[in-house]
Ligand binder design. Structure first.
Ligand code: PGA
Ligand code: ZN
Length: 444
């Protein structure tokens, strides 16, 4: 059969941190090829698929020789002869090779690069762009972008404890306009940082390198930048990724830069005070990955006002999402395909969350490449939001620019999700706020 897999070849390429990563090139009997490059995280959940590294002295321990051996000796023999048009069966075969929840035998990096390559080969066979192959003719809306303005946490030497300070351009009416708003805020925030003095530069995802004396000061500067850029009337709101697992130890949340620590209740009070003072519309991982009680309290208090995203808390795992729905924890999911290992599992997790009325955010990792698969996943799967880091560094811009190309490509991608991207209850509250006159048109 022409669409049968003839060969699965793994190669070492390099990521945006200059570390090795896995590239898989898949060849079909027809001669058509598909390629995928594994991304990699720096602040990983302990329940996510393992990024298999060699350890030892070479490449700082980040070598991927073992993962590539697994592509050659485990994955390739298992996949040759399978029909690439049947993603679910190919992914099921991959899962059979390593059914452990963290995929530490074969490696999440080997698995996801392969699963992505299969998807690309199938789309190429249909002659359609990947997003269109995935959309299967269904109506879609372009996702709301979340753009990082300041980097922090594990991506910036912990110079500020909160990992990501982002903006959500909810007042935009097209994806293109949404990026224009983010570009303005990114530029003005850079000017604010320059005026403050100190080192200029960017963190791992391209956000400005943090130079603050407290986490709250970063919120003040970001709020000021949004206002100075002219979007202080609700058109652009703040999104935080606290990545709180990295702050949690022995029952306390610790802000190292401020030398302060908080028990679960005091921590909740602090984060709620930020939400009350600043235009925050979304918070990711406000509590540690296993702090179910904390997440439930947080969702009880804020779940109908802001989006509460589980990243390390949910690790793109359908069972963890189901459990969180039952527990009343979170109202949105972050989908990072390499956290789970295959495209099919990532889609199942997204569907489960969407069916519950949750927000859905497709996300890159802090270690990325020129691979733009996730842009196509966000659009083709009709996810509400896309988060790929900041507004600099080409591994980020490649993904934003690919979305612009898709948006201008035809009638199918003219709609924009905007506020519709938010979880159902939060959306209703925001629409009320806009109806009461908070929103004014973007002047451009
Ligand atoms: P990571 O960070 O890719 O380093 O895990 C991204 C995030 O936490 O959202
Ligand atoms: Zn995160």
């Amino acid at each position: 059969m022409k669409t049968s897999i003839r060969a699965v070849n793994g190669f070492r390429v390099w990521d945006s941190r200059g570390r090795p990563t896995v590239e898989v090139e898949l060849v079909l009997e027809s001669g058509i090829t598909g390629r995928g490059i594994a991304p990699s995280g720096a602040s990983c959940g302990s329940n996510e698929a393992v990024d298999l590294r060699d350890g030892g002295a070479s490449y700082g321990g980040y070598g991927v020789a073992r993962a590539l051996e697994n592509v050659a000796h485990l994955i390739s023999p298992a996949l040759v002869g399978l029909d690439a048009m049947c993603q679910a069966s190919v992914d099921a075969r991959l899962i059979e090779l390593d059914a452990s929840s963290t995929r530490d035998k074969v490696g999440g990096n080997a698995l996801i690069a392969t699963s992505m390559a299969v998807l690309h080969a199938a789309a190429e066979t249909t002659g359609k762009p990947l997003w269109s192959h995935l959309a299967e003719g269904r109506a879609i809306s372009m996702p709301l972008p979340e753009v990082q303005i300041f980097g922090g946490g594990a991506h910036a030497g912990r110079r500020v404890d909160v990992q990501d300070f982002l903006v959500m351009p909810v007042g935009a009416s097209t994806f293109d306009e949404a990026l224009c708003i983010c570009a303005d805020i990114y530029r003005i925030a850079g000017e604010c940082m320059e005026a403050r003095g100190g080192r200029m530069g960017v963190a791992d995802e391209g956000g400005w390198w943090p130079n603050f004396s407290s986490n709250e000061e970063a919120l003040q500067v970001l709020t000021g930048a949004i206002e100075r850029a002219g979007y202080g009337n609700g058109e652009a709101m703040i999104s935080l990724d606290i990545a709180a697992s990295g702050l949690y130890k022995d029952g306390y949340y610790r802000l190292a830069m401020e030398d302060r620590q908080f028990d679960s209740d005091a921590w909740l009070d602090l984060v709620c005070s930020w939400v009350a003072k600043y235009p925050i519309l979304s918070i990711e991982d406000p509590v540690a990955e296993d702090d179910v009680l904390g997440m439930r309290k947080f969702t009880d208090v804020l779940g109908d006002k802001i989006q509460i995203i589980g990243d390390d808390y949910l690790v793109t795992n359908v069972d963890r999402v189901s459990q969180a729905i039952t527990d009343g924890c979170c109202n949105a999911v972050l989908i990072k395909p390499n956290q789970v290992g295959t495209i099919t599992e990532a889609k199942a997790t997204l569907d489960r969350a969407r069916d519950a009325g949750w927000g859905t955010v497709i996300s890159a990792r802090s270690g990325e490449s020129e691979d733009v698969t996730i842009t196509h996943l966000a659009i083709g799967w009709n996810a509400g939001q896309l988060k790929v880091g900041s507004f600099s560094r080409s591994e980020r811009m490649a993904k934003w620019n690919e979305a612009l190309r898709i948006e201008r490509g035809g009638a199918a991608t003219k709609a924009f999700s905007g506020l519709g991207a938010l979880p159902i209850k939060v959306r209703a509250g925001q629409e009320d706020a806009q109806a009461s006159g908070r929103r004014s048109r973007v002047a451009r």
